[in-house]
Design a protein. Structure first.
Length: 748
């Protein structure tokens, strides 16, 4: 048995008593020359946090010393929680709550050792009551060696105020003129600072400026800071660029061998206004027997990105594209993501298709094939919605194209289409919606949860500044696309499971009953009474209630946080939210590496089980073990991109409202009072999906006081009431970009 395995077996044995290293060596009967190897193994286990050292240099597992290891995640107020590390077969354990005064010198994301205390955490709005608490005693691994922030100075020293509001300490730095960075950073610049070793919490950390990103709050500097923080690179390595440049500009005739030719079949894409790439298209075929066949055609990235190439290695490393406000960090170079693989209007494109045949409106059969298509029209959701709802073709023709700087391709304007072309488009869109509506209703009857949330899209001007907000609802045009994508994903997952093919699955585990119970208690504080939330029907009933509730968006968001996160896995463990036994990601290979892998599984199925010709250059080298490693990696890259996208949204939202404060006539926003305190009103702007404070000091028409119930501010003279759930109008008062806070005042 290897020495490391012997050590771990010793530490895990029921009768083990913590002992120092020399005693372990004697227990193992190691010769003197073997003790160096023992020392190396122990140092590595200590460094990894798998064992800990307690009094008198004795060694044991963390659990035996009331210690846990894990990642520490901070809240903006300074407190934190530690997500415990666990083995592959160990169940998930509740997080350890860390009071602000017990976080030591930990920084957000660090791997730490925590000593558990005997106390349980106090309830915080019903969210964290009764969880174990602890104190950080050791840093195992820093999450980041560098931070970004704003360079400032006092009379005596220079310092960097970190961008991340969860890092509460300013970082002292030497005179920037002596840093060697060019151009020399000046006060108010956005900079990157490398942290020195930090060992004492009551002493501010020190560091060295290593890069200047630009002027703080300029769009380019803020974007560069996000790139740095989340380790995103808009540039590709030289070998990747060379491979991309060597690809053909157009689909060649030789590439069509073995493919079904769908170029004469009505096919089109439907995407957001600002879509940079188009990886899915729908075709409509009216079959001679009266059936309707819908083709879900997905860009065949695997035909160009082969395993083992530089393109493939880099795509796997990135894991997915990251969509920041106003820009994208693509998984694949522009030649593929916006060119050869993007299903742009009027160009031949290679695709993989799931062909769904409907008989009298019901899904009758499913087939799979490699295809070639030519999209007749690049439609936006706005255009598709108009084709669904508006009967007047003249009105539809007047819909404008999205601005060229905000999209990858606009296609032809609807006004450029012949009248019969537009009428055909409308007919096909309405045929698809009739089928999608049936699929959606059936899915909901089977227990699928309608967890779609409205979102606010932030649009930027030509200079990168946020200049417009638009609330995006999941209307029928979105639902039309969603239902066919879900059907395709489910069909591919089903054949992979049935034929036991090594594959990746999109898994959403059942929720934790205790978290649902905590959430149920929290709902009660908002006057929402529900039954057992472990029952799908009760969650569906709750979602209907929240659609019209004043705090509906907030409570729906908290519901999502109470559910487990969807992840990638090599086992077909089902999808709770969609109520599907079989589910994978197949429909977005331009922006998700998981889908590219599933495309290779798709080809493996076509060749091995359907006897179709192998695509040129096809190879399949996956097994379950490799899929599991990929699944874990891709779940992490997805999480990193999600956090970067949220950060981008926050930065641009603050930028938008800060620009509001410079206007002579400020925009009036509809708001709802979500909380009442003695210092003011917390409000939500539903159309902007933004939260802020109306401070008591801005209520100048009267002296307002909090009522006894704590639900309203009441004017002493006028008796005017500003109470929980009330709809009001506000304008922007001030914005603190560093604290990430927005203050409003009542309009009028």
């Amino acid at each position: 048995m290897k020495l490391r395995n012997r050590l771990l077996a010793l530490f895990r044995s029921a009768d083990y008593v913590p002992m120092p290293e020399p005693e372990i060596a004697r227990t193992f009967g190691l010769a003197r020359k073997e003790r160096d190897a023992l020392n190396i193994e122990i140092r590595q286990l200590l460094g990894a946090g798998e064992i800990v050292q307690i009094k008198e240099d004795r060694l044991c597992l963390p659990r035996d010393a009331d210690l846990v290891t894990g990642r520490i995640l901070f809240r903006q107020g300074g407190s934190a929680y530690v997500v415990r590390e666990r083995g592959p077969s160990e169940p998930e354990k509740e997080a350890v709550q860390i009071p602000a005064e017990n976080t030591g010198v930990a920084i957000h994301g660090d791997r730490v050792v925590v000593r558990l205390s005997d106390e349980l955490s106090r309830p915080r709005g019903g969210r964290h009551g009764g969880e174990p608490t602890g104190r950080v005693i050791r840093i195992l691994e820093r999450a980041h060696e560098t931070l970004t922030g704003n360079l400032q100075r006092t009379k005596l020293f220079f310092y960097v105020a970190p961008d991340d509001p969860r890092f509460l300490h300013d970082i002292y730095v030497p005179d920037p003129a002596k840093s060697g960075v060019r151009p020399v950073p000046t006060i108010g610049d956005k900079v990157v600072v490398k942290l020195d070793e930090w060992t004492q919490r009551h002493v501010n950390p020190e560091g060295t400026i290593v890069a200047r990103l630009g002027r703080t709050h300029e769009p380019s500097a803020e974007l560069a800071a996000i790139f740095h923080k989340y380790r995103l690179s808009p540039e590709f390595p030289a070998d990747v660029r060379r491979e991309a440049a060597a690809l053909p500009a157009r689909v060649g005739i030789a590439e069509l061998f073995g493919r079904l030719d769908y170029r004469a079949v009505p096919t089109f894409t439907i995407d957001p206004d600002d879509a940079k790439d188009f990886d899915d298209a729908l075709s409509v075929e009216n079959l001679p027997n009266g059936d309707l066949r819908v083709g879900v055609h997905i860009a065949d990235v695997s035909s160009y990105v082969r395993p083992g190439t530089a393109l493939d290695t880099e795509a796997q490393r990135r894991g997915n594209s990251t969509y920041l406000v106003g820009t994208v960090v693509p998984m694949l170079p522009h030649e593929l993501s916006n060119g050869l693989c993007s299903l742009v209007e009027g160009e031949d494109r290679l695709t993989k298709a799931v062909l769904l045949t409907f008989h009298k409106g019901q899904l009758h059969s499913t087939a799979f094939a490699n295809t070639v298509i030519r999209s007749r029209k690049r439609l936006t959701y706005r255009q598709a919605y108009a084709l669904l709802k508006e009967d007047s073709l003249d009105k539809i023709r007047r819909l404008p194209l999205p601005p060229a700087h905000q999209t990858g391709s606009t296609g032809r304007a609807l006004s450029d289409l012949r009248r019969d072309e537009l009428a055909d488009l409308q007919r096909w869109i309405r045929q698809l919606w009739d089928l999608a509506l049936r699929l959606r209703r059936e899915r909901m009857r089977n227990g699928s949860l309608d967890l779609d949330m409205p979102e606010v899209k932030i649009f930027v001007d030509e200079h990168g500044y946020a200049d417009r907000l638009e609330r995006i609802e999941q209307d029928e045009s979105h639902q039309l696309i969603e239902e066919f994508m879900l059907a395709a994903n489910e069909a591919v997952a089903r054949v992979a499971r049935q034929h036991r093919l090594p594959s990746l699955y999109r898994v959403h585990d059942d929720p934790d009953e205790e978290k649902l119970q905590e959430y149920r208690k929290e709902l009660a504080t908002f006057g929402v009474a529900v039954g057992d939330l472990t029952l799908r029907g009760e969650i569906s009933r709750l979602l209907n209630i929240l659609k019209s509730h004043p705090q509906g968006y907030t409570l729906r968001t908290q519901l999502l946080r109470s559910l487990r996160k969807a992840v990638y896995r090599a086992s077909p463990d089902g999808h709770y939210g969609l109520a599907k036994t079989d589910y994978t990601h197949f429909t977005s290979p331009i922006r998700r590496y998981a889908d590219l892998v599933v495309h290779r599984v798709f080809d493996h199925y076509l060749v091995k089980h359907l006897g179709q010709a192998a695509p040129r250059g096809f190879q399949f080298g996956y097994n379950i073990a490799r899929m599991e490693i990929l699944a874990q990696h891709l779940s992490l890259t997805e999480q990193n991109s999600t956090e970067a996208e949220r950060e981008s949204q926050k930065v641009k939202l603050l930028e938008f409202f800060e620009r509001e404060t410079t206007k002579k006539k400020r925009t009036v926003f509809a708001a709802v009072i979500t909380d009442v305190r003695n210092h003011g009103l917390f409000v939500e702007l539903p159309d902007a999906m933004t939260f802020g404070l109306v401070h008591l000091s801005t209520l100048r028409d009267d002296l307002y006081q909090l009522n006894n119930a704590g639900t309203a501010l009441v004017g002493r003279r006028s008796k005017r009431r500003l109470e929980l759930g009330q709809k009001i109008s506000v304008v922007t008062e001030r914005v603190d970009r560093f604290k990430r806070q927005i203050d409003f005042r009542l309009n009028g």
